[in-house]
Design a protein. Structure first.
Length: 261
C-alpha cells in the first residue's frame, strides 16, 4: 500500500468519523456533490478478468418497451420530484463512496473507524473489492451499453451532467455493486451489526436511482453481481487471509464515541 494512500485514507476516514460525532446525519449532508475518485493506490483486486462472467449471469437489461423497462422509466420520472428533499441530499452524499458517503456511514454504524490506523486490513479488503467491482462489472456494462436514464432530457439530477455520462453505460450500477459488496463483507466481519450494514448497502444503491443516474434494474443487477462476486472471493486464498486479519481488527477495535443517531 502506498504512503499516499495511507495518508489520504487516514485523514479521510478519521475526519469522516469525527463529523458523525459533530453533526446529525442531516447536518452532515450537503448539496455539493463529492468527487467520485477513490484514494490512489497500487493495490490490485483479488479477481482476474474473466473470473466471473457477469454478462452471462445478469443477461441483458429490460427492453425499453417491456413492462420492466417502462417501470424503470416511470421510477426515474417520479423521483425527479425529490429534488431538494433530505433523500435527495443523501443521494448526493452517497455519490462519494469513499469520503462523505458509504464508508463514513459504515464507520458510524459500526462504531469503529474504517481507516489505516485502526483497521488497515479491513480497509485493504474494501479497497481491493472496489477494484474487483471494476474488473467484474465493466464487461457487462460495455456489452449491453445501456444509456443512462438522464440522457436525452434536462430534468434535475443530483450531480452535474457531464460528457462521461453519455459513454459510461448504466447497467449494472458500479456504485450499487460496491455498496452491496462492502455491506456483505462488513456484515460478515461484524455480525451483530449486519442489519445496519445491509441497510446502508441498500441505501447506497437506491441513491443512484434517486440521483437519476441509474435505473432501478441497474441497481438490482449491481446487487446480484456483487453477491456473486463476494461468493467467488471466498474461494480466494489471499482474500481469506485478509479477512482473517480484518476479523482480528474488528475484535480488537475500540468502540468509537461517534454516533449517527
Amino acid at each position: 500500500m502506498t504512503r499516499s494512500f495511507t495518508l489520504i485514507a487516514g485523514a479521510v476516514f478519521a475526519a469522516g468519523l469525527a463529523a458523525c460525532a459533530a453533526t446529525t446525519p442531516q447536518q452532515a449532508l450537503t448539496d455539493k456533490p463529492a468527487p467520485l475518485n477513490p484514494p490512489p493506490t497500487k493495490l490490485t483486486g483479488y479477481l482476474a478478468p474473466g473470473a466471473l462472467d457477469g454478462a452471462a449471469l445478469l443477461g441483458p437489461p429490460p427492453a425499453p418497451g417491456s413492462l420492466r423497462g417502462q417501470a424503470d422509466r416511470a421510477h426515474y420520472e417520479e423521483t425527479r420530484a425529490l429534488q431538494g428533499t433530505p433523500r435527495w441530499s443523501q443521494a448526493i452524499a452517497d455519490n462519494d463512496l469513499w469520503g462523505g458517503g458509504a464508508l463514513k456511514q459504515y464507520s458510524c454504524k459500526l462504531g469503529v473507524s474504517i481507516d489505516e490506523r485502526q483497521t488497515p486490513s479491513t480497509l485493504r479488503v474494501l479497497h481491493r473489492i472496489e477494484l474487483d467491482v471494476r474488473t467484474i462489472g465493466t464487461p457487462p456494462k460495455n456489452l449491453y451499453n445501456r444509456p443512462r436514464p438522464l440522457i436525452g432530457d434536462d430534468k434535475p439530477v443530483c450531480i452535474p451532467r457531464e460528457d462521461w455520462m453519455k459513454t459510461n453505460a448504466s447497467y449494472p450500477s458500479g456504485h450499487s455493486m460496491t455498496g452491496w459488496a462492502w455491506a456483505l463483507i462488513l456484515a460478515e466481519l461484524a455480525p451483530a451489526k449486519a442489519d445496519a450494514m445491509l441497510s446502508i448497502g441498500k441505501s447506497v444503491g437506491d441513491s443512484r436511482a434517486i440521483c437519476g443516474v441509474h435505473y432501478i434494474s441497474d441497481i438490482e443487477a449491481g446487487r446480484t453481481l456483487a453477491a456473486a462476486m463476494v461468493a467467488k472471493l471466498h474461494g480466494d486464498p489471499q482474500f481469506q487471509r485478509d479477512m482473517a486479519k480484518a476479523r482480528g481488527e474488528m475484535a480488537r477495535a475500540k468502540a468509537a464515541p461517534a454516533s449517527c443517531s
